[in-house]
Design a protein around this ligand. Structure first.
Ligand code: KIV
Length: 275
């Protein structure tokens, strides 16, 4: 697939320009049907590396590969017409040095058609963000709880409490100065998210942050109730598709065993003999 820009999709600069005007709406997607469902309702769709946990049963995002991201990115691109697509850089594909990050970012964009990449990290990733943006790769940063660093963060804890609030504000400023067009802020106290939103010139996209952020993102399988292994406090379930799906499968199994499915309306008659 080529990285042909869709005519109606916003560009990263359009998303950046939404700061201070309309709230920015985003969800993750990993498949074509999900992307189709959200295309008319989201400003951008994130092909998140949460795909590893949500669809592949991994216990963290660190096992996600470039190949997984490209496969899911291509599937999502087929379902989008209006919304912009952002794709996550997986763990180990950008941290080493800016040139390494550049090669992988270009591959992700070229092979999926994504308009931008997202990478995790604040001040320590600023050099890489500056390197990429100077060379034509729009970057969305991700600070606060950065799930790829769950091993060093000591779990999926709230970030930015106490002394680390100042560090998180510095991270937000560093990624802004480096040229990121937006920043995801995950699992931080609401007051801190509000202060950062007021302090920086790029949109903040909250997940477990504050309604005062410039936009919101959720993992689609969380908000649809499809991923039920655990539910972070910041997730609101708008549907119970996991429960509904299991109930439907149970009903199907019972009908097959009772020979009540398939019924007459699902079957084909024998060919009627010609007169
Ligand atoms: O991978 C992902 O789904 C994300 C969101 C939680 C922002 O990074």
């Amino acid at each position: 697939m080529s990285a042909t820009a869709r005519k109606t999709a916003p560009l990263p600069s359009d998303i950046r320009a939404m700061k201070g005007s309309a709230p920015i709406v985003s969800l993750t997607a990993y498949t074509t049907p999900m992307a189709r469902m959200m295309d008319a309702h989201c400003d951008f769709v994130l092909v998140g590396d949460s795909v590893g946990m949500v669809l592949h049963g991994l216990t963290s995002t660190t096992g996600v590969t470039m190949e997984m991201m490209i496969l899911h990115g291509q599937a999502v691109a087929r379902g989008l017409d209006k919304a912009m697509m952002v794709i996550d850089m997986p763990f180990g594909t950008y941290e080493e040095d800016p040139a390494h990050a550049m090669r992988n970012a270009v591959r992700l964009m070229r092979e999926t058609g994504a308009a931008a990449v997202k990478l995790e990290g604040g001040a320590h990733m600023a050099e890489t963000i500056a390197f990429l943006t100077a060379r034509g790769v729009p970057v969305m940063a991700h600070i606060g709880l950065t799930p790829q660093s769950v091993g060093t963060l000591g779990g999926y804890k709230v970030q930015g409490r106490g002394h680390s609030a100042r560090l998180l504000s510095e991270d937000a400023r560093a990624v802004t100065e480096a040229g990121a067009f937006a920043v995801v802020i995950e699992k931080v106290p609401a007051g801190l998210a509000d202060r950062i939103t007021a302090d920086i010139a790029i949109p903040t996209i909250g997940i477990g942050a504050s309604a005062g952020c410039d936009g919101q993102v959720l993992v689609v399988d969380d908000m649809l109730g499809l991923f039920t292994a655990f539910k972070p406090k910041f997730v609101k379930r708008y549907a119970t598709l996991g429960e509904d799906g299991e109930a439907a499968i149970k009903a199907y199994a019972a009908e097959v065993r009772a020979r009540t499915f398939p019924a007459a309306e699902h079957l084909f008659a024998d060919e009627t003999p010609k007169a």
